[in-house]
Design a protein around this ligand. Structure first.
Ligand code: ADP
Length: 580
């Protein structure tokens, strides 16, 4: 029901486009009926060989309805599709914005399913206007037309036609609806599974080749595609049954009209010359009943799509969001920000284990803090929370005294320069990829960022320098070069706090050391919080926070932590042994 209301409110926004579309659709049906009725009347009248002048009104009516049908049909298609595609475009943007509010959750969703929602589900919503709302309006108008037109000839005719009209448009589809419902759910489930397998296969193409798993994946794809096709086949079988039923009921209605009207002619109630006109007018009016018969199917499909779209929009509740009119500190301008975390607890699933538990830290301006711990200790989670990407359940995390959840997401992010372990490069030029951090940066600032991030060697080598497109996700760049692009972005952004999530992950020791050197030089006196599992990189940090299973196990600087025989000391010795 909520989805209905939402879709209706969407429709209301564009009522100025929908009303002309509905008027044109109604006029098309009436013009079609008028053309067939006038044509039939003309032929019947001509058969009686009246003077030519007696035919002129019928001839004019045929011409008029012939033209108006074509014009109205064109206007209907044009206006209905225009308003629908307009609405769909707005919906896509709206859904994307909702995802943007909680990117961490969006990223953790199955990519294929997400893509299917953004494309498939939004596409399905066009049915709501084109195949649910409009047909309902047109069918209502057609029924009214049937009553007004046939009522002039006989009382029984409109009753009989209405009965068949409702049976065709509502009775039969309602009967088949129950049979179709399980297939609809199954189709959607199978479609999402197919998309997920396909996206996975495309993303992991290298691994599939390297592991010679092509046959296994091909079979997996064929199986998922086959299951989807099987589910669709069942539904199409029922749709075929429905079409056949509609055709049968339409013919039954025409036969009933013929029998009743013929009886009327015999009884002198109806003139013989009107008989063919009545039959053909009713036949054409059933054009409006047939789309009505698909309303149940389409409305179920659109409501399910709306549920998934709007529903998923709801569950990507933003982790941060400014209350209107809320005061926002402006330390980004002063370049000094203080991050204070107290007893922070984060859970990914309601009943699941805590990813972070009672974590506290203080990061005054200029402090360099390393967060270390083995894989799964909670380092990335901490960074996601600080960036406002993930909500926290207990405790507090403030930036300049204001709780992160109170911050406007954009303003919060403007305080952070971020370098993650796997920098994403868009399918755009290197220049645009770096300028992402500050689109209005001058050429001189850009050149400084490129040079300070030691990217000038790469730029000189590239065929079109900074204007080279390094392929989707920087396919033509090495891991180290991609990290340097991230460093250039971070430098250009000039935010007061640098958040680094394992920036040297996957790089060889020499490249990692060079990257760390660049980062710490460029960060200068900025505040730095760096998650890492390379303990050697923590030597230059003011403080180290050791996480274990989401809890703070130890705190101190490099010297104090290696001097004690705690977790950090043990991990450090392990790292040293590995390097020898
Ligand atoms: P680290 O960065 O130290 O390797 P993470 O912060 O990524 O650790 O993960 C901490 C814990 O939270 C791990 O147990 C991990 O499995 C879990 N986790 C991380 N991301 C998600 C997620 N999106 N959904 C559910 N659990 C998650």
């Amino acid at each position: 029901m909520r989805e209905w209301l939402r879709l209706m409110s969407w429709a209301r926004q564009d009522w100025k486009g929908l009303v002309p579309a509905a008027v044109a659709a109604v006029m098309t049906v009436f013009s079609h009926a008028g053309l067939l009725a006038a044509g039939a009347y003309l032929l019947s009248l001509a058969a009686l060989q009246p003077p030519i002048g007696a035919l002129s009104a019928a001839v004019a009516a045929v011409r008029f309805f012939g033209l108006s049908r074509a014009v109205c049909r064109y206007l209907e298609r044009w206006s209905a599709h225009r308003v629908t595609f307009d609405l769909l475009a707005k919906l896509r943007v709206k859904y994307y914005q909702r995802l943007e509010q909680a990117p961490a959750k969006a990223v953790s969703a199955v990519n294929g399913a997400l893509l299917e929602r953004l494309t498939g589900d939004v596409e399905v919503l066009q049915y709501f206007y084109l195949r649910v709302l409009l047909p309902a309006v047109v069918a209502g108008a057609a029924l009214l037309g049937i009553w007004l037109f046939l009522g002039q000839f006989s009382q029984g005719l409109p009753l009989a036609v209405t009965l068949f009209f409702l049976l065709t448009g509502l009775g039969l589809p309602a009967l088949l609806r129950r049979l179709e419902q399980p297939h609809e759910e199954q189709i959607q489930e199978k479609r999402e599974q197919f998309c997920a397998v396909l996206t996975d296969a495309l993303a992991g193409m290298t691994e599939i080749h390297a592991g010679s798993r092509q046959t296994v994946w091909r079979e997996r794809l064929v199986r998922a595609g086959g299951e989807l096709a099987a589910a669709q086949e069942q539904r199409f079988r029922l749709a075929g049954l429905q079409d056949a039923g509609c055709g049968f009921l339409t013919q039954a209605a025409i036969s009933a009209v013929l029998v009743l009207a013929a009886a009327g002619v015999r009884g002198g109630e109806i003139r013989g010359v009107h008989l063919a006109m009545l039959v053909l007018a009713v036949w054409s009016m059933f054009e409006a009943a047939q789309p009505l018969s698909h309303i149940f199917g389409h409305s179920r499909e659109t409501l399910a799509a709306a549920g998934r779209l709007f529903g998923s929009g709801e569950d990507v509740r933003p982790a941060s969001g400014m209350k209107s009119g809320h005061w926002q500190p402006s330390s980004v301008e002063t370049g000094h920000s203080r991050l204070l975390v107290k007893d922070l607890t984060v859970r990914y699933q309601e009943a699941g284990q805590n990813a972070l538990e009672q974590v506290s830290l203080d990061l005054p301006p200029g402090r360099k803090l390393a967060v270390v711990g083995s894989s799964g200790a909670g380092k990335s989670t901490l960074l996601s929370v600080l960036l406002g990407l993930w909500p926290y359940q207990e405790g507090s995390a403030t930036l300049d005294g204001l709780e992160l959840s109170e911050w406007d997401p954009d303003r919060l992010c403007s305080h952070f320069s971020v370098v993650t372990q796997d920098t994403y490069l868009f399918a755009a030029s290197l220049r645009d990829n770096i300028l992402l951090a500050r689109p209005r940066a001058s050429e001189a600032e850009l050149a400084a960022a490129v040079s300070l991030a030691s990217l000038d060697g790469l730029v000189a080598r590239l065929p079109r320098g900074l204007d080279t497109v390094p392929g989707q996700n920087g396919r033509t760049l090495s891991g180290g070069e991609r990290q340097r692009v991230a460093i250039a972005r971070a430098y250009l952004k000039a935010a007061p706090v640098w958040l680094l999530d394992e920036p040297t992950n996957g790089l060889d020791a020499a490249t990692a050391a060079a990257i760390m050197h660049s980062i710490l030089t460029l960060a200068g006196d900025k505040t730095v919080l760096m998650a890492t599992h390379r303990l050697v990189e923590t030597k230059l940090m003011d403080e180290i926070l050791v996480l274990d299973g989401g809890r703070v196990a130890e705190k101190g600087n490099f010297q104090s932590l290696t001097a004690t025989g705690g977790l950090f000391g043990r991990l450090w010795r392990l790292e040293q042994d590995r390097l020898q």
